[in-house]
Design a protein around this ligand. Sequence first.
Ligand code: SAH
Ligand code: SF4
Ligand code: F3S
Length: 480
Amino acid sequence: MEPIVDLDFIDNRTPEQAAAAANSCDTKVTEETNTGKSRKLYIESYGCQMNFSDSEIVSSIMFDQGFDTTSDIEQADLVFLNTCSIREKAEQTVRNRLGQINYYKKKKPEMMVGILGCMAERLKKSLLEEEKIVDLVVGPDAYRDLPNLVNHVDGGQKAVNVLLSREETYADINPIRLNSNGVSAFISIMRGCDNMCSFCVVPFTRGRERSRDAHSIVREAEALVAQGYKEVTLLGQNVDSYKWASEDGSENVNFAQLLEKVALVSPDLRVRFSTSHPKDITDEVLYTMKKYDNICKYIHLPAQSGNSRVLELMNRTYDRDWYINRVDAIRRILGEDCGISSDMIAGFCSETEEEHQDTLSLMDYVQYDYSYMFFYSERPGTLAARKLEDDVPLEVKKRRLQEIIDKQRETSHNRNKRDVGKVHKVLVENFSKKSDEFLSGRNDQNKVVIFPKKHYKKGDYVNVFVNDCSVGTLFGEAVD
Ligand code: SAH
Ligand code: SF4
Ligand code: F3S
């Protein structure tokens, strides 16, 4: 993964890159299941890892309904776009993609097209009116209803279900792993978000926060280990507020305890998680990370801004000092080598030049390993859209964003230089993009490490002596 992704800022993109702009992941297209079912589903995911994980649930539901997955859109009877609303560009990407899909639909008029995910939830049935080729609009909590909705469309109607739920976690559904490297997998541990960051559309598109049954999470991790997986990433918008209680109240599990349960599944299973919220990350979580070697020493801790007034306007519920205190705790408990990354928003409503400088100085202080960086994009219906003026001119937003990117490149490089001359334990995920003679994996801190393959293969843990680095990658040699 290229650590510095600023796709909102780059305009000469391929459709795939543009899709990735929806957030910081690549758009993934389904792998084939090919079990001889009568119909075929093609699903494309945009946005955050939660969406990618949801697409695996959707594929499982549709598989039981007689749909194999296909990676060839022309073979598809049913096309799903699992969409993101986080920034305006994310939605525009999907609309452009619908234009392209129209071309396939003209060739094959019986092909059904469904919009799933956050855009479906935000725009509801108006999507049917705005985008004529869309047959189904299904929000993130309504996927169990997909078979029924698809039947409606089979019967010649359009179908919409955007009901949000307070309980749905899809805990009992066995995801079909899509585009998996067979080494690392995502496990959704919660859904929704109860924070109300003023810039953010997620609470509206994903509904209230709810935590998934801890036992079902552990069982999923055990099943993955049995299938040979070596790494799981526990997913939630704010994992630190994970809280699950058994029905009889005899069991209460917080995030630190869940982390421990998953770490105990196997010492050979690496455990990662995302996203940590600065207001909620506890020392207990940090001590649990320290206690288990297989919990990766890497924390994605989005700051959004380095200025307390802006943070207050963003309704992040922490200030600069609080954030710094959490970073100091990470360094104290887990050491200087613990990886830390961030998300940053440039040009939020009324942000002054000095306040922007505070973001840069926070980046200097923390020395992030990397960041995902965006300029502010007003989202309809959010607190900021209703109460604050989007008054920083686009050119200023872009310039500030560029300064943030330049700063991040500098700190990423600094942090990577510290890794040179040391041995890192790398979990091999794939061949390197450039050559099959090299393998690519990640170290504990989530950094990509490239090295000559020798006799090693995907899924191996390899000790690699790092001898060189770029802004985004470490390079080395395996030490036997
Ligand atoms: N739950 C995570 C964030 C999920 S959204 C958290 O609290 O950190 C991923 C990132 O998109 C956010 O961290 C933020 O940096 C960015 N983002 C969200 N809304 C945005 C908006 N309206 N404009 C620009 N960036 C935004
Ligand atoms: Fe959005 Fe804030 Fe929730 Fe993250 S914590 S999903 S930024 S509302
Ligand atoms: Fe986008 Fe929805 Fe995720 S808005 S970032 S896909 S939760």
